[in-house]
Design a protein around this ligand. Structure first.
Ligand SMILES: [Zn+2]
Length: 120
């Protein structure tokens, strides 16, 4: 890629009028991204840049933690519902509760198997 004189001029003009140079680069042309009035712009493409959060490192680091939390919440919920199940007498209520517990158990098992996969 090459930055032309007119691009440089546009960028320095932007800086003069209050735009801020960010550490981001344009995903299309790799030129520096400017922040203008809270929006990110590539002045070479002359387009607004929408930042997509796809930092896979962050996701990788967060996922085990999130799954741990999820499992803990689901286990707690299952425990609460089990206590409730004990007191239910209506067959339809018991059936509903069983369905709910089954759904929770499948969430738990998915969460656990995902955690297992991440460990490998
Ligand atoms: Zn660009």
């Amino acid at each position: 890629m090459s930055i032309k004189d007119e691009d440089v001029q546009r960028m320095s003009q932007a800086l003069k009028s209050g735009a801020k140079l960010t550490s981001e680069v344009c995903p299309v042309c790799s030129s520096p991204i400017f922040e203008i009035k809270g929006e990110l712009w590539c002045l070479k493409c002359n387009k607004k840049v929408v930042k997509v959060r796809e930092n896979s490192e962050v996701v990788d680091a967060m996922l085990p933690y999130t799954l741990n939390n999820l499992s803990a919440v689901v286990v707690e919920k299952i425990e609460q519902l089990s206590g409730l199940l004990l007191r239910l007498t209506e067959l339809s209520d018991i059936k509903n509760m069983a369905d709910t517990l089954s759904a929770l158990l499948s969430v738990l098992s998915q969460s656990e198997s995902l955690k297992e996969k991440l460990r490998k």
